[in-house]
Design a protein around this ligand. Structure first.
Ligand code: FAD
Ligand code: NAI
Length: 476
C-alpha cells in the first residue's frame, strides 16, 4: 500500500472541495483531492452534487424545457409559426448529460493544470499522528495519504420523507427527477422550495400535470413577501398547482404510481394520485463513510460538521466547508468557503461575507435576492425606504416579450445605504450581480441611480428602482 504525504488533502470534489483544492495549489501547497462520485462507466465525475445532479443538469433541463414551452406557446406572438412541434425526451436528457460531462472533464483538466493530485474513491479518517492526519482512500485500489491540513467538503444528500424511501424510479429525489425516461402525466412534488419549483417547472413545461404539496402556509417564506406573491401569481397562471399548508400523510407506492394521503389547509382529507413523486423537502449534511469518530471530529445536532465562523472544526488542521456545515446550501457559498479556508491555511485573511450571498431560483420568472427582505427590516425596526420598478415599464423587457415582475431596492432611511435588493422577472439571476456588488461596496441607492446603465437593458430596471427610492423614477 502506497502512502503519500501532502500539505493539504481535500475530501469531496464538489464546488466547495474542488475550488478549495485549486486555491490551495495556487498558494503553493502540495494538494490531494479525493472524490468518490462515479459516472455511468464507473469513472470519476468531479463536481459533486452541483455538477452531477444539481445546479448544472437542472439548469440544462430548465433551458431545454423553456425552449419547448416558448416554441409551443410564445413564438406565435413573434409571428413565428411552428408546425409539428415534437419532443425527443431522450435527446433532451442526453444533452443534459453532455453538459454535465463537459463540466466533469473541465474540473479534471483544472486539477491537472494546477497540479492537484486526484484520488478516485471514498476518503475516510484513519488516525491522527505526529501532527498529521492519515486518510484512507478506498477506490479501485486502496491507498492512504497523510496531510497536516484536511478540508472536509463531503456535501449533502436529499432528505427522504419517513415511510417513503427513494427508489429513484417512482419516489424520486433530485437525482431521479433529472432523468425520467417519459414525461409523467401526473407529477406530485412534496415541498415548494427551490428544487420543487425548478424541477416542477421543468416537467410542467414538458407536459406534466404538476401538483406541489407544501407544508408551510406561506409561499417562499425566505423571499421578500412581495416577490413571493408576484411569483406565486405567475406560477398559478402557468398551471403549476401549489397547495400551501398541506399535511402529508401516508404515501403508498405501487406499480402504477404513487398515492399520497394529505390534509389541505382547511383540514379536509384528500388523496393525490400521481405517476411519479418528487420529494424535495431539504437536504441533510453528508458524513457517511468519513469515519469522523476515528479522530473525534465533532458533529452538531443536525449531523453537520461543527465549525466556527472561519470553518475550523474542533480538530487542529481539520476544516469543513459547503453543504456539510452550517449556512445556506448553495454552490457559491461552498466555493467562497473553499477559497477562504485555503487562504487561512496559508496564513492569509480569507473572508466570506454571509450578508451578501445571493439567492436565485431559476424558474420563469426568475427570482433573485441579496441582503435583507422588507419583513426582516420591519422585524428589526430599521427605518428604510423602498423603491420598485416594474419590468412592464422597461423597454428591453417589452422587446423580449417578458414583462412579469419588478426590481425592488430597500435602502436605509437616513444614510441611503442599500440593505436589500429583490428581483422577480427576466434574467434576475444575472441582474442580481450588480446588487451583490453594491451591497459588498456598501453603495447607496444614489450610487446606482447615478451610474450609467446601457439602454435598452433589463439592468435599467435596477437603476430605476434606485431612483424610485428617492421617488424620482424617469420612466414610470
Ligand atoms: P457536493 O456538491 O455535494 O459535493 C460533495 C462531493 O463529495 C460529492 O462528489 C461526493 O460524492 C463526495 N464525497 C462525499 N463523501 C465523500 C468521501 N467520504 N470520500 C470521497 N468523496 C466524498 N446551488 C446553487 O448555488 N445554485 C443552483 O442553481 C443549485 N441548484 C441545485 C439544484 C439541485 C437539484 C440540487 C440538489 C442542488 C442545487 N444547488 C444549487 C445546491 C448545490 O448543489 C450545493 O450547495 C453544492 O453542491 C454544495 O457543494 P459541496 O462541495 O459542499 O458538496
Ligand atoms: P428547500 O429548503 O428549498 O425547500 C423545502 C421545502 O419543503 C420548504 O418549503 C419546506 O417548508 C417544505 N417541506 C419540508 N418538509 C415538508 C413536508 N413534510 N411536507 C411538505 N412540505 C415540506 O429544499 P429543497 O428544495 O429540497 O432544496 C435543497 C437545497 O438545495 C436548497 O436549500 C438550496 O439551498 C439548494 N438548491 C438551490 C438551488 C438554487 O440555488 N437555485 C436550486 C435547487 C436546490
Amino acid at each position: 500500500m502506497s502512502q503519500q504525504q501532502f500539505d493539504v488533502v481535500v475530501i469531496g470534489g464538489g464546488p466547495g472541495g474542488y475550488i478549495a483544492a485549486i486555491r490551495a495549489a495556487q498558494l503553493g501547497f502540495k494538494v490531494a483531492a479525493i472524490d468518490e462520485w462515479k459516472n455511468d462507466k464507473g469513472g470519476p465525475a468531479l463536481g459533486g452534487t452541483c455538477t452531477n445532479v444539481g445546479c448544472i443538469p437542472s439548469k440544462a433541463l430548465l433551458q431545454s424545457s423553456e425552449h419547448y414551452e416558448h416554441a409551443g406557446k410564445h413564438f406565435a406572438e413573434h409571428g413565428i409559426g411552428v408546425q409539428g412541434l415534437s419532443l425527443d425526451l431522450a435527446k433532451l436528457v442526453g444533452r443534459k448529460e453532455t453538459v454535465v460531462k463537459q463540466n466533469n472533464d473541465g474540473i479534471q483538466y483544472l486539477f491537472k493544470k494546477n497540479k492537484v493530485t486526484f484520488f478516485h474513491g471514498r476518503g475516510s479518517f484513519v488516525a491522527a499522528r505526529d501532527g498529521s492526519y492519515e486518510i484512507k482512500v478506498a477506490g479501485a485500489k486502496e491507498e492512504t495519504v497523510l496531510a497536516k491540513h484536511v478540508i472536509v467538503a463531503t456535501g449533502s444528500n436529499a432528505r427522504a420523507l419517513p415511510g417513503a424511501p427513494f427508489d429513484e424510479e417512482t419516489i424520486v429525489s433530485n437525482d431521479g427527477a433529472l432523468r425520467f425516461t417519459e414525461v409523467p402525466k401526473k407529477l406530485g412534488v412534496i415541498g415548494s422550495g427551490v428544487i420543487g419549483l425548478e424541477l416542477g417547472s421543468v416537467w410542467r413545461r414538458l407536459g406534466a400535470d404538476v401538483t406541489i404539496l407544501e407544508g408551510l402556509p406561506t409561499f417562499l417564506a425566505a423571499a421578500d413577501e412581495q416577490v413571493a406573491k408576484e411569483a406565486k401569481k405567475a406560477f398559478d397562471k402557468q398551471g403549476l398547482k401549489i397547495e400551501l399548508g398541506a399535511k402529508v400523510g401516508e404515501i403508498k407506492a405501487g406499480k402504477k404510481g404513487v398515492s399520497i394521503a394529505w390534509t389541505d389547509a382547511k383540514g379536509e382529507a384528500r388523496t393525490l394520485e400521481v405517476d411519479k413523486l418528487i420529494v424535495s423537502i431539504g437536504r441533510v449534511p453528508n458524513t457517511v463513510g468519513l469515519n469522523a469518530e476515528a479522530v473525534g471530529l465533532k458533529l452538531d445536532e443536525r449531523g453537520a460538521i461543527a465549525v466556527d465562523d472561519d470553518n475550523r472544526t474542533n480538530l487542529p488542521g481539520v476544516w469543513a466547508i459547503g453543504d456539510v456545515v452550517r449556512g445556506p446550501m448553495l454552490a457559491h457559498k461552498a466555493e467562497e468557503e473553499g477559497v477562504a479556508v485555503a487562504e487561512r491555511i496559508a496564513g492569509q485573511h480569507g473572508h466570506v461575507n454571509f450578508a451578501t450571498i445571493p439567492w436565485v431560483i431559476y424558474t420563469s420568472p426568475e427570482i433573485a435576492w441579496a441582503g435583507k427582505t422588507e419583513q426582516q427590516l420591519k422585524a428589526e425596526g430599521r427605518a428604510y425606504k423602498p423603491g420598485s420598478f416594474p419590468f412592464l415599464a422597461n423597454g428591453r423587457a417589452r422587446a423580449l416579450g417578458d414583462t412579469t415582475g419588478f426590481v425592488k431596492i430597500l435602502a436605509d432611511a437616513t444614510t441611503d445605504e442599500i440593505l436589500g435588493v429583490h428581483i422577480v422577472g427576466p434574467q434576475a439571476s444575472e441582474l442580481i450581480a450588480e446588487a451583490v456588488l453594491a451591497l459588498e461596496f456598501k453603495a447607496s441607492a444614489e450610487d446606482i441611480a447615478r451610474t450609467t446603465h446601457a439602454h435598452p437593458s433589463l439592468s435599467e430596471a435596477t437603476k430605476e428602482a434606485a431612483l424610485a427610492v428617492d421617488k424620482r423614477t424617469l420612466n414610470f
